[in-house]
Design a protein around this ligand. Structure first.
Ligand code: GH3
Ligand code: MG
Ligand code: MG
Ligand code: MG
Length: 308
C-alpha cells in the first residue's frame, strides 16, 4: 500500500497529529505534518502531496476552507482530501463533503478504518493516473501519422497558425519546406507497395534527422509529401537545411528484399518576414502554397533539387 509520495496531515492538535502519524508510519507511509490550512497550502506549493488528511477546526484556515482553496487551484494532479473531525452530525458531514472533501472520518480515529479510507484514496488516484496516461496516448495517436511517426495534418492545422502568430509578434522569420519524393509512383509500381512504405519510413527519418530537435517539426502532408516547419529561420537557413537533406536522402539507400533502392527528392521552400518591410499578413495556406510553387519549379526543371 505505501506510496511514492508523503501523506500530508493537517491538524492543530499535536497529540492527534502524532497519533495519525504513528498509524501511517507503521503502515509504511511517509508523513508530513502541519498545523493549519495556511501551512498546508504552503507545504503543497513546496512539495505536492496528493493525499491530504485534514482536521476541521483550526486557526487561520480551517478544514472546509482548505478543501475549497485546494479545489479552486488548478493542479496537474488531483488532491484526494479526507476530512477527519469530531463533528459528526449529518449536517456537518454534508457540508464537509460539499466543501470539497472526498471522504469524511469521525474522531476518535480507528486506525484500520483510517488506513482503509486512505486505500480508497490511493485507488482513486491510480485511476486518475491511468486515465491521464490513456488521454496522453490518444492525444499522441490523434496527431501522429502511423506509418512514419511524423505529425499529421490535424497537428499542422493546430500548430502552424500559432507558430506563425508567434513569429509575427516577435518579428522573426519562419520558413516551411515541402519535400516530395521524385517518381515515387514508380517505386510502388516496380517494387510493390510495401517497399514503397519502407522507403517512406526511411525518407521521413532522414528528414527528421536533418532538422533541429525540439524546434523544427516534420508533418506528413500527403502521400509522399512532407512539410518541414522551421521557426526562426530565413530563406538562406531553409535552403541550407533542404540542400543538406537532399544530399542525405540521395546518399542513404534503402534495402528492401535484398534490393537496394535509391531515391531522390525535391524541395520547395518559402519564408514569411514580418515587420515594417516584410509581409503585411500571410496565412498558413498562402505560405504553404508559396512553397508548393517552388516545389513545382523543381519538378519542372528535372527534380532532385532545392528551390526556395
Ligand atoms: P513526382 O516526381 O512528380 O513527385 O512523381 P511521383 O510519382 O512521386 O508523384 P505522384 O503524385 O504521381 O505519385 C505519388 C505516389 O505516392 C502515388 C501513391 O500511390 C503513392 N503513395 C501515397 N501514399 C502512399 C503510402 O502510404 N504508401 C505507399 N507505398 N505509396 C503511397
Ligand atoms: Mg482542531
Ligand atoms: Mg513525388
Ligand atoms: Mg507528391
Amino acid at each position: 500500500m505505501p506510496t511514492d509520495f508523503p501523506i500530508l496531515v493537517v491538524d492543530d492538535d499535536a497529540v492527534t497529529r502524532a497519533l495519525i502519524t504513528r498509524y501511517l508510519k507503521k503502515a509504511g507511509f511517509e508523513v508530513l505534518g502541519v498545523v493549519n490550512g495556511k501551512e498546508a497550502l504552503a507545504q503543497l506549493e513546496r512539495q505536492f502531496c496528493p493525499i491530504v488528511l485534514t482536521d476541521w477546526m483550526m486557526p487561520e484556515i480551517d478544514g472546509p476552507a482548505l478543501c475549497r482553496l485546494i479545489r479552486e487551484k488548478k493542479t496537474d494532479r488531483y488532491v484526494y482530501i479526507l476530512l477527519i473531525t469530531a463533528r459528526d452530525s449529518k449536517t456537518d458531514i454534508v457540508s464537509g463533503l460539499h466543501s470539497g472533501a472526498d471522504d469524511y472520518l469521525t474522531k476518535p480515529i480507528h486506525s484500520a478504518e483510517l488506513l482503509a479510507r486512505i486505500n480508497t484514496g490511493i485507488r482513486i488516484l491510480r485511476l486518475e493516473q491511468s486515465l491521464k496516461q490513456a488521454n496522453d496516448e490518444i492525444r499522441l495517436l490523434s496527431i501522429t501519422d502511423p506509418l512514419t511517426g511524423c505529425f499529421n495534418r490535424a497537428y499542422l492545422n493546430e500548430r502552424l497558425p500559432r507558430e506563425m502568430e508567434r513569429s509575427r509578434r516577435y518579428g522573426h522569420p519562419l520558413s516551411v519546406v515541402i519535400a516530395d519524393i521524385d517518381h515515387f509512383k514508380s517505386v510502388n509500381d516496380t517494387h510493390g507497395h510495401q517497399a514503397g512504405d519502407t522507403v517512406l519510413r526511411h525518407f521521413a527519418l532522414d528528414l527528421r534527422n536533418q532538422v533541429r530537435q525540439d524546434v523544427d517539426w516534420v508533418v506528413r502532408y500527403g502521400g509522399e509529401e512532407f512539410l518541414i516547419v522551421l521557426p526562426e529561420t530565413d530563406l538562406d537557413g531553409a535552403r541550407i537545411m533542404a540542400e543538406r537533406a537532399r544530399q542525405v536522402v540521395c546518399r542513404n539507400t534503402v534495402t528492401c528484399d535484398d534490393v537496394e533502392l535509391c531515391i531522390t527528392c525535391s524541395f520547395g521552400g518559402a519564408t514569411v518576414h514580418w515587420g515594417r518591410h516584410g509581409d503585411a499578413d500571410v496565412s498558413m495556406d498562402q505560405l504553404i502554397n508559396a512553397a508548393d510553387r517552388q516545389l513545382y519549379l523543381c519538378k519542372e526543371k528535372g527534380r532532385d533539387r532545392v528551390s526556395v
